[in-house]
Design a protein around this ligand. Structure first.
Ligand SMILES: [Zn+2]
Length: 80
């Protein structure tokens, strides 16, 4: 039997001034986590839906902080 775990996605639209081309841009950040037995707290208990949502919020914050380029510049930077 295939067990399906609950997927939780959180999105955030941010406005940035690109650190490369200096244009004001909007970007949508998206983070997905799954509620499953392997997604645990440091004490070994399985994360609840609410705890996973907290985690997503923290991840979005971290992603928000490191997102400094517009999508176009980010793609260019990733190319060799
Ligand atoms: Zn740019």
């Amino acid at each position: 039997m295939i067990q399906r775990f609950e997927e939780i996605t959180r999105k955030r639209t941010i406005s940035i001034i690109c650190g490369h081309c200096a244009k004001p841009r909007r970007r949508t950040l998206s983070v997905t986590h799954t509620v499953n037995p392997f997604n645990q707290n440091p004490d070994g208990s399985v994360r609840t839906h609410e705890q996973v949502v907290d985690c997503l919020r923290a991840d979005l914050d971290a992603l928000h902080r490191k997102t400094v380029l517009c999508t176009t510049c980010e793609k260019e930077r990733k190319q060799p």
